[in-house]
Ligand binder design. Structure first.
Ligand code: PMM
Length: 266
């Protein structure tokens, strides 16, 4: 999954694809580089980010989703809003990527259920301005598992089918670096829930912290693409269904390597 953030302020690629025509062009480039899905988002989820209005979010994503879908691209919409998901599916999106797992907008599960598209339920504990203060766990993997299980039960009670659901531990969302590493190390325990897993590590702060210089200054996100690639290789080998990344070509190659290694076991 390649990322197109149609925002002026996203953590890692904010402002670069803010014009719809540029965003569509970038999405097509990502497909050319090996993306199976292009994830289009109009609201930044970086820590501390302010929310955008519904109208603004729709104006950002709708033309890009329509433009990419028209060209045969499999499009995902990265949104917490049911109305944006509804319009996006109408414009051709075939996956709803909800970083709140249905918590931010109570109408989301019903809209997803009615649309029949795949639904990424990410582990989430609150909006950007509060999420860092909620990074408190005893056993992060057990708690993320438990909270995701509750979300699954809740969205299924609203009509979402089991076959629509993809789970995501939400790296960096109410998680500090040690939480993210534990979730990656014990991904098998998340896989035991029985749903496909999506992992979004690309250019996140915990990679920059790991790669900090001798004085402790975190490596800027632009220098963490090789570390992203290492995560991709590891999680693809461990059975992840999808990785959400900004720099598609090397990550698509890593996924193919992991598939070849897995295939050679048979
Ligand atoms: N991370 C971001 C945005 N959307 N969606 C899913 N499913 N999983 C993630 O980890 C995720 C996401 C934030 O990343 P960006 O602002 O750098 O694109």
């Amino acid at each position: 999954m390649g990322v197109v953030n149609v925002t002026p302020d996203s953590f890692s690629d904010g402002g670069r694809w803010f014009d719809p025509a540029d965003a569509v062009r970038h999405g097509l480039e990502l497909v050319e580089q090996g993306a199976d899905i292009v994830d289009v988002g109009g609201e930044s989820t970086r820590p501390g980010a302010a929310r955008v209005s519904l109208e603004e979010e729709l104006a950002r994503v709708e033309p890009v989703i329509r433009g990419l879908s028209r060209q045969g691209v499999t499009v995902s919409v990265d949104t917490m809003r049911a109305e944006v998901a509804r319009v996006a599916v109408g414009a051709g999106a075939s996956l709803v990527n909800d970083v709140s797992g249905g918590l931010a907008d109570p109408d989301m599960p019903r809209v997803v259920a009615a649309s029949g598209v795949r639904y990424v339920v990410m582990h989430w504990r609150g909006h950007s301005h509060t999420m860092d203060s909620r990074a408190v766990y005893g056993d992060v993997v057990a708690e993320v598992r438990e909270e995701l299980t509750k979300r699954v039960a809740s969205v299924m009670a609203e009509g979402v089918a089991e076959s629509q659901i993809v789970l995501d531990p939400g790296l960096g969302f109410s998680k500090n670096p040690e939480h993210n590493w534990a979730l990656l190390a014990r991904m098998d325990e998340l896989a035991q829930l029985g749903y496909p897993l999506l992992i979004g590590a690309s250019r996140k702060r915990f990679l920059g912290r790991l790669l900090a210089g001798p004085d402790g200054t975190p490596r800027p996100f632009s220098g963490s693409d090789d570390a992203t690639l290492a995560v991709t290789a590891l999680v693809a080998r461990a059975g992840a269904w999808c990785v959400r990344v900004h720099d598609v070509r090397p990550n698509a190659d890593a996924v193919r390597v992991a598939a070849a290694v897995q295939g050679a076991r048979a």
